[in-house]
Design a protein around this ligand. Sequence first.
Ligand code: HQG
Length: 192
Amino acid sequence: MPDRTVKISKFLSLVLRHKPETIGLTLDPAGWVSVVELLRACEKHDFPLSREELEAGVATNDKQRFSLSEDGQRIRANQGHSVEVELGYQPAEPPEFLYHGTVERFVPSIRAKGLLKGQRHHVHLSPDITTAAKVGSRRGKPVILTVSSGRMYRAGYRFYQSANGVWLTDRVPTTYITEEIVNSQLSIANKD
Ligand code: HQG
């Protein structure tokens, strides 16, 4: 993504997922905020943004991180919040396997405790290895864990899918983490 687009995405992630208060905003219980209020607050806090830029930022975002309401009056992040919001996800049946991209230094703790959600609302799982490799490579050389999501689902664990295709669940106990793929091919997967 071009620099300005990345900056907009990062700024929107900060205020719509983590720290709305830094620009004096409050999200509603479902994470929405008025577009007019957001643009005004951005302007006031030295991040001037036009409505066109905001709309283009939402439409072209590489991971579809944000959504506008149907009437275009409100905006929210699709997932990844650390502030308390209720996004109204519907439980969904996951594929047999999902993937989690992480890095070697977290693996011993994951092996001991399973996958935990940490600051976020859910553990984030990817539908394919390439996406998981990209998630992991944010922190270093990626390690991909395979999660037996089908078995978890049949055992009663709930899964949700966010509007941008990320699979979410509360935690993944170690017994469902079946495999690690530390594969030189992943460096190819990470190139874009
Ligand atoms: C790790 C980005 C130690 C976990 C991405 C991860 C994703 C543990 C880190 C989305 C652990 C949490 C989410 C345990 C989990 N012990 N470490 N028991 N359980 N971890 O950023 O999944 O660009 O909160 O492996 O693309 O990396 O924001 O989660 O490394 O979709 O849209 O703790 O964020 O999307 O890190 O990434 P995060 P994540 P956006």
